[in-house]
Each structure stands twice: as structure tokens, then as C-alpha cells.
Design a protein around this ligand. Structure first.
Ligand code: ADP
Ligand code: ADP
Length: 221
């Protein structure tokens, strides 16, 4: 799915948050939004996903949803947002149950996602038994299990140490290469954005205005 953001401007009360934002998220690519804290990245992510409406401008979504898409939109947060009383397996199966997928079909999807995120041996572990990096891999497995049309990520690596961030970036690139997906990735870390994005949208301090859109030739490595 392609997402086109046209002339987006928004204020919360007297606080102007975004001004004249224009960019396109091409199908099957990762677009990173980078900028200082408070410049409106999370707000822009919510607009792109259609979770909230901007005061001005429009968001156009076009194209087909991917094969086997159960949910057009999934989210990955900085704090993982796993259910603590459910195992790794249970956290993934819950979203499938929500879409009425159970039994062998669910088991096959979960086994595939666990293998792709290198969590097969931890299927029965509880979140509290896992490191931060592993917890975020569970969240990624859960988010991709439904084959979303777009994956929205808000500072997914910011709670992790630098070594773990490195490993997760490599894993993320691996996952994308195995089966490309469309994603919008918010970070305040330019290095992360350049490494992961096909396109990097650089916002200025609030009000977030586009300073630059950098197109990066990939294959991602
Ligand atoms: P970040 O860590 O991304 O900078 P913030 O601390 O700015 O996040 O905001 C976290 C969440 O709280 C945001 O998703 C936003 O919607 C909400 N939020 C932030 N500021 C306000 C506010 N002044 N009033 C209501 N909600 C807010
Ligand atoms: P970033 O993700 O770049 O840190 P945010 O989009 O979270 O920035 O927030 C940008 C500005 O908008 C901040 O000043 C924040 O307090 C404000 N803000 C965000 N969400 C809300 C909200 N729901 N209500 C009021 N103010 C908000």
C-alpha cells in the first residue's frame, strides 16, 4: 500500500506541531521520520496511520493490501507492549485469535514468525524472562504475523542498549529482505534512520517542517 501525505498542518490548541508536510510512503519501502524530541514525529505517525485526523491536509492510501493481510495497520512501541501473563507464543496467538484464526493455521503462522525472529526456543517463555531485545523481537513477530499493509514503529529501539540496537537493526533488515513490507519508522536517531530507511524525512524543531527528504539507495545491509 502507498500512503501520500499532502500539505499536513496541525496545532494542539495554541501549540503548532506540524506545518506543510508533504511526502509519500511507497509500497514495500521503509520511510524513517527523524527529528528532535517534540517536533511532531509521533503525531505524524498517527496521522499517516489514520488514527487521528490533521486539521489541514489529507492522507491518501492507495494500492492493494498484501496477500493474507488480516489487519491493515500494526504498531510497534518503544516499551514493547506485551501482555505479561502470556507467553511469547500466547502474545502472537492472541492477535490471530482476534482475527478468528486458530488451530493449525494459527500454529503455522506462529511457527513461521518465531523462526523468522529467532524465538523458536523461547515460545513458552514469559516476557519477564526475556531481554529487552528479545521482547522487541516478540513485538515485531506479533506485528508482522497479520501481514499488515503498513507497519508503524515509534522509537522501537530507544529503550535498548547500543549493542542490542545494532543486532535488532540487522534482524529488521533481514526480515524486510525475506518478505518486504511497508513501514514508517519514527526515531530521533539519524544513524538508525539512514541505516533502515529507503527514505529519510528530516523534520525541524517544532513546528515540525520538512528540512530534507533523503532517498537512500538500497539493498539494505
Ligand atoms: P515522545 O516520547 O514521543 O516525545 P511525548 O512524551 O511527547 O512522547 O508524548 C507521549 C504521548 O502523549 C503522545 O503520543 C501524545 O499523544 C501524548 N501527549 C503528549 N503531550 C500531550 C499533551 N500536552 N496533552 C495530551 N497528550 C499529550
Ligand atoms: P515527537 O514524537 O517528535 O517527540 P509528538 O508528536 O509526541 O513529538 O509531540 C509534538 C508536540 O505536540 C509536543 O509538544 C506534544 O506535547 C504535543 N502533543 C502531542 N500529542 C498531543 C495531544 N494529543 N494533545 C496535545 N498536545 C499534544
Amino acid at each position: 500500500m502507498e500512503i501520500i501525505l499532502e500539505d499536513i498542518s496541525h496545532s494542539y490548541g495554541p501549540t503548532e506541531v506540524l506545518r506543510d508536510i508533504n511526502f509519500t510512503v511507497p509500497n514495500g519501502q521503509i520511510v524513517c521520520i527523524v527529528g528532535p524530541s517534540g517536533c511532531g514525529k509521533s503525531t505524524l505517525l498517527r496521522f499517516a496511520g489514520g488514527l487521528e485526523q490533521p486539521q489541514k491536509g489529507q492522507i491518501l492510501q492507495s494500492g492493494h493490501t498484501p496477500e493474507g493481510c488480516l489487519n491493515p495497520l500494526t504498531y510497534i512501541f518503544q516499551d514493547f507492549a506485551l501482555l505479561p501473563w502470556r507467553s511469547v507464543y500466547g502474545n502472537i496467538s492472541l492477535v490471530l485469535e482476534h482475527h478468528n484464526i486458530s488451530g493449525q493455521r494459527a500454529a503455522a503462522i506462529i511457527a513461521d514468525m518465531l523462526a523468522r525472529t529467532k524465538l523458536t526456543d523461547f515460545a513458552h517463555a514469559l516476557p519477564k524472562q526475556l531481554s529487552g531485545g528479545m521482547k522487541q523481537r516478540v513485538a515485531i513477530a506479533r506485528a508482522l504475523a497479520v501481514n499488515p499493509a503498513v507497519l508503524l514503529m515509534d522509537e522501537p529501539l530507544s529503550a535498548l542498549d547500543s549493542q542490542t540496537r545494532e543486532l535488532l537493526m540487522a534482524d529488521f533488515i533481514d526480515l524486510w529482505q525475506q518478505r518486504p513490507f511497508t513501514a514508517i519508522y519514527v526515531t530521533h536517531n539519524l544513524e538508525e534512520a539512514v541505516r533502515l530507511g529507503h527514505q529519510v524525512v528530516v523534520l525541524s524543531r517544532r513546528p515540525g517542517k520538512i528540512r530534507d527528504v533523503i532517498h537512500i539507495k538500497k539493498p539494505l545491509t
